[in-house]
Design a protein around this ligand. Structure first.
Ligand code: SAH
Length: 349
């Protein structure tokens, strides 16, 4: 059954609806504030409006249905499995770091066309782009859940399923509403877009949202190695990516986004030798970047790949740090509920 109600994110449609139902603009604003800024439950948000019954019959707050929820027993990560109207599944992960700060990992597509060798989503192929309401409903429903636990979403990262820069139009409209004072009013400096590396789109994103952080999934600075694990590396070679990161620095640093994150997945025997670390140092020269080393979460579809052991990860990090590169090792959360990077959705089938 198709839901014909007007999406709360459809500004023009909602304005017409409001006029037709003779709803006071202030009342509607109260509903939005209640949902997007206080993360109240839907019924509570509607309670401020005298015409709540009619309004809820014609305005649609949620584009997704919560299909399942899994709480990690080890580290406080929560995986939300959502279903679209037509029954597709996608995932959103709420991560709580040791510091108590919560990060929400949002999906931008069902599946992904990038087909990276190490990534479970990439092995699914692409089904479709998520629309704005589906992207933002992940944030709203996760925010409502977090509020019931007295948590607040601090960082919103586009690191879930999909390649956000393959869905630019919807991504940009979602970021516009995420940061808009009338909607979520979330600080752009606490939004991060992670990409496989699509130079022209990275520049467009920075031009439009200079304060939004970007992460480049680099994973190797050797062209042949990168091509072997990331098919799109053939189209966007490393020297072009390097120039793009420099250009992002130039565009973004004046707006407070000081560095570009370089994500580097450590794969045993593929990209984790001391020479690889030194090559990464050389590649990063004169760029303002910080490196985030990612432990590999193994996936059934790539039995030929294995992660670098902890000692190897630390040795790799030490070389980078010694050379003055800002480096962190990502602590992998949610592994017991298959919510870790690259493991999204497939377990649910
Ligand atoms: N398409 C975007 C965002 C989604 S993936 C991108 O490529 O950046 C988010 C991060 O998780 C990327 O750096 C990706 O390379 C990494 N990742 C993918 N599969 C992984 C796996 N099995 N283990 C660890 N990290 C993985």
């Amino acid at each position: 059954m198709t839901d014909t109600r007007i999406s709360i994110y459809d500004q023009a449609g909602i304005d017409r609806l409001r006029a037709r139902l003779r709803i006071d603009p202030h009342d509607l604003r109260r509903v939005r504030t209640s949902l997007f800024k206080h993360w109240h439950a839907d019924e509570d948000a509607y309670s401020a409006v005298p015409q709540a019954r009619v309004l809820s019959g014609q305005m649609r707050i949620h584009a997704l249905q919560l299909h399942d929820r899994l709480d990690s027993q080890v580290d406080g990560a929560t995986k939300l499995l959502f279903r679209t109207e037509r029954g597709l599944l996608l995932e959103t992960v709420l991560l709580r770091a040791g510091t108590g700060r919560t990060t929400l990992c949002v999906s931008s597509q069902v599946g992904c066309a990038a087909a990276c060798d190490f990534c479970a989503t990439g092995k699914m192929g692409i089904t479709r782009n998520l629309i704005v309401a589906e992207i933002l409903d992940q944030v709203l429903q996760a925010g409502q859940l977090a509020a019931t636990r007295r948590q607040r979403l601090r960082n919103i990262v586009f690191m879930g399923m999909g390649e956000p820069l393959h869905n630019e139009e919807n991504l940009y409209e979602a970021i516009r509403l995420l940061t808009h004072p009338d909607y979520f009013h979330h600080s752009p400096s606490r939004v991060l877009v992670s990409t496989v590396g699509i130079p022209e789109a990275m520049l467009r994103c920075a031009g439009r949202f200079p304060r939004v952080n970007q992460a480049l999934s680099l994973h190797s600075v050797r062209q042949s190695v990168r091509e072997q694990i990331i098919p799109l590396a053939r189209r966007y070679p490393l020297d072009l990516l390097r120039r793009t990161v420099g250009e992002l620095n130039r565009l973004q640093a004046p707006h407070g986004a000081e560095t570009v994150m370089l994500e580097y997945l450590l794969l045993r025997g593929v990209n984790d030798a001391a020479d690889d670390a030194r090559a990464l140092v050389a590649w990063s020269e004169n760029l303002r970047v910080h490196v985030n080393l990612i432990p590999f979460n193994s996936i059934a579809e790539a039995p030929h790949l294995a992660g670098t052991e902890r000692a190897g990860r630390e040795a790799f990090a030490a070389i980078l740090k010694q050379a003055g590169l800002k480096t962190t090792i990502r602590y992998s959360l949610g592994t017991d509920i298959a919510a870790a990077c690259g493991q999204l959705v497939r377990k649910a089938r």
